[in-house]
Design a protein around this ligand. Structure first.
Ligand code: AMP
Ligand code: MG
Length: 486
């Protein structure tokens, strides 16, 4: 275990030079206080958990101090936002501080979000507010605990420095960790500005640092697209299986590593609704829950377009066609597990689709349904769950099929429960839970956000005394309006 001052850096992205990022120093926030830290994320850097208690910790992660080996830089990228191309975005309020190498030899980007203005800030103030920083922190660590690929979050600091959004809010900073901060939009930037030399350098960097196995293939660029596509398909399958709605799937928010990235107005479904739109600013529902699948495919096509100077179009097209089948196989596998099914049988896909159809328009809590389904014998569990469905005849027919399918698998109820509880969370990050923790933190009480983080880090475990965090939302918490403003 290391102390804060013992981290070692190897800043590979910074070394790519000024065409890729610009040197910018963080602008500190006043009198920083630590809101919450993740011991699990600290462990990725080999940091001992009690390092978070030192005053230096909050100072470093609020922009007051820097490691001598850090090289803070703002990255340039572009992206398709809500379908339209924005030629220049970039880190408008976040800085890549450097890449820490841990004892296992892994590189972790330290990215400080809310670190002040950069050449890419456009009209923005370069700041992040406490509300959105807490939301990103909680989600990053929780998705990881659920087994959903995600960037990680080390800590949130806050301050009395005021920030204006719809109202006056508190400035905050979030320290994000990821093996890379390269987005689809990085490739688009160099493609559309016709900087093909830089495009190649970027691709070679990504291949060497993140996809070295692709370098042994005949066409490394094509192999890279295939790898990104497979990872993205796996990530989206997890989102759909666990009811996660990202909300802003612009290509600048898509990680080249296929990890959930740039949390904004996200939501986990409470009652199942395929058409759920979690982003209050998404008028057309482009990023609705069920649209996440075709949008991911669309975003991969935008990435493929940026690779056309290096790979023949027909080959890129053929690779893109792999997306849907890969996604569907992954999704079905996850849903079978959620239903407690081990083997694969014809008709499983229909069993899943029919269940979702029945849930639609009923008041079925998506997370609670699967947890309860595993908690008792199928017939007993289904008799209770039936109450929440509108089409009772339809539900009964489904239940009969499900029970038959389950009986065919054999095994004891105890085994079934253990298997199902290991994949069906008891605790999920519901918007109302985040909201309660945020309100307490804005008033200076960080206890609730710390407790919520701890509970959500073990979502599959029974946690005696914490049952209140497993409850369905109260009426006020069902329709919280979360906008892009952060
Ligand atoms: P986001 O919606 O957070 O994914 O951000 C989209 C773009 O806007 C990125 O280039 C961000 O860096 C930039 N941006 C968002 N908020 C701010 C802000 N408060 N100040 C400066 N730039 C921002
Ligand atoms: Mg973004």
């Amino acid at each position: 275990m290391k102390r804060l001052d013992q981290l070692s850096f190897d800043n590979r992205f910074a070394r790519l030079g000024d065409a890729f990022s610009t040197e910018v120093l963080p602008e500190p926030i006043e009198q920083p206080r630590l809101v919450v830290a993740s011991a699990a994320a600290m462990a990725l850097l080999d940091l001992a958990p009690d390092e978070a208690q030192r005053a230096e910790f909050a100072e470093l992660f609020a922009g007051h101090k820097l490691w001598s080996e850090a090289e803070p830089r703002a990255m340039v990228y572009a992206g398709h936002q809500f379908g339209g191309y924005t030629p220049r975005l970039g880190d408008g309020r976040g800085l890549l501080l450097g890449e820490v190498v841990n004892a296992a030899g892994e590189h972790w980007d330290l990215h400080l979000k809310g670190a002040g203005q950069t050449p890419y800030s456009r009209m923005g103030d370069g700041r992040a507010v406490l509300r959105s920083s807490i939301r990103e922190f909680l989600a990053s660590e929780h998705l990881h605990a659920l087994g959903i690929p995600s960037s990680r979050a080390l800590c949130v600091t806050t301050s009395d420095t005021p920030v204006w959004r719809e109202r006056q809010e508190r400035a905050a900073m979030l320290l994000r960790l990821a093996p890379s901060h390269v987005r689809f939009g990085h490739f688009e930037y160099f493609y559309y500005t016709r900087q093909h030399e830089q495009l190649k350098i970027l691709g070679e960097h990504v291949l060497a640092c993140h996809f070295p196995a692709c370098l042994t293939q005949d066409e490394p660029w094509l192999a890279m697209l295939r790898e990104v596509l497979e990872r993205t398909a796996g990530m989206i399958a997890h989102w759909q299986a666990y009811g996660f709605c990202h909300g802003v799937m612009n290509t600048d928010n898509m990680s080249i590593l296929g990890i959930t990235f740039d949390y904004g107005p996200y939501a986990f479904l409470d009652d199942f609704d395929a058409g759920h739109i979690c982003n209050h600013s998404d008028d057309s529902g482009r990023y609705s829950f069920s649209n996440q699948v075709p949008i991911a495919h669309w975003n991969l096509a935008a990435l493929a377009q940026a690779l056309t100077p290096m790979v023949e179009v027909d080959k890129l097209r053929a690779t893109l066609e792999l997306f849907l089948p890969l996604y569907q196989a992954h999704y079905l596998d996850l849903m079978r597990r959620r239903l407690g099914l081990q083997g694969a049988e014809d008709g499983d896909e229909e069993l899943v689709q029919r269940l979702l159809q029945l849930m639609q328009g009923s008041a079925v809590d998506y997370t609670g349904f699967f947890r309860e389904l595993g908690a008792s014998e199928p017939a007993t569990a289904l008799a209770r769950l039936r109450e929440d469905f509108v089409d009772l005849a339809g539900f009964d027919a489904w239940a009969e099929r499900y029970i038959l399918r389950t009986e065919g698998e054999g095994g004891s109820q105890a085994e079934r429960q253990a298997r199902m509880h290991a994949v069906n969370p008891k605790y999920i990050l519901r918007n109302y839970l985040a909201q309660q923790a945020i309100e307490a933190a804005e008033a200076g009480d960080y206890g609730p956000v710390r407790e919520l983080h701890t509970v959500l880090a073990r979502p599959f475990d029974e946690q005696p005394g914490m049952e209140r965090y497993a409850q369905r939302p109260p009426d006020w918490g069902k329709h919280l309006q979360i906008s892009c403003s952060s």
